[in-house]
Design a protein around this ligand. Sequence first.
Ligand code: ADP
Ligand code: MG
Length: 322
Amino acid sequence: MPLSEFELIERYFRDCGHRRGDVILGVGDDAAVLQCPAGAQLAVAVDTLVEDVHFPRGSSAQSIGHRALAVNLSDLAAMGARPAWALLALTLSEADERWLAQFAAGLDALARAHGVALVGGDTTRGSMSVTVTVLGHLPPGRALQRGGGAPGDALFVSGTPGDAAAGLALEQGRLPPCEQAEYLRRRFLFPTPRLALGERLRELASGCIDVSDGLLADAHKLARASGCGVELMAAALPLSAPLLGAVGMPRARELALSGGDDYELCFTVRPHALERLACELPPAEWGYRRIGTLQAQPGARVMDEHGVLEASSSGYDHFAAP
Ligand code: ADP
Ligand code: MG
């Protein structure tokens, strides 16, 4: 017996995520009813994952569930918001119960880890796509923004960018299997949204963006929004040992700069706030590193030991995908 739409929602999505007291009405009615904390502002983001575009056909359903939420939580992290609720619009070509169970498990685990309740959605038949909307809270007027940077601000990135791009290349067979494959594949399949860091940065950073299209392109977006240019130091890029082991040095740098799918935070800090940043968020503990500086001169430049390694007005065009 094929699963009806009603049964599908009941079985997999009614109790998905954290059970929150501020969900007055969740899955099951015509709309969700949510209690906002008094005085808070809402931060809202939506992102769609399309099969063959954002994940290869036949990807692990658990990973698709995780990533669909993670990419949205990463957007809230970049705003310094705390996530609370999510909605899921799911389009499937068939109701495959094994797939659904794994998909829901991936979504559920990440939602619970961050106290997020799934409060509603929509289920339709068609080519597979997954759209998640997240809602989170912010103290009024305190959102981190892309446009808050200024010339002279230090530029930082969290985590080890480039891992996910290598993981995707492994998934797609464009990179031969290697010892580091399991770690790198997981970095693509199960990205970690940097929510705790984003919330702490609200008081410390001048600007912030999450890295989804490649570090250089996204750093350039932040710089442009701030009316600046940006200079990155290639030697300062935080490259993971598995990435270096798998692809070697020049390639690891290229992947870190242009790879995509990292879901790390790229942020700027005013010179006078650097000491406070290091003191309140010790870099070794919080996992971030300084990689450059905003400058008055527009554009994005990557410097290595010999001078300008790459200069571009559009940011990332010259770096080919692996
Ligand atoms: P309606 O036709 O009134 O829009 P639906 O039958 O589409 O209602 O949905 C019934 C309930 O199930 C609603 O509360 C809706 O938010 C929820 N829902 C539907 N699909 C999903 C889903 N994929 N994930 C979570 N909740 C869902
Ligand atoms: Mg209705």
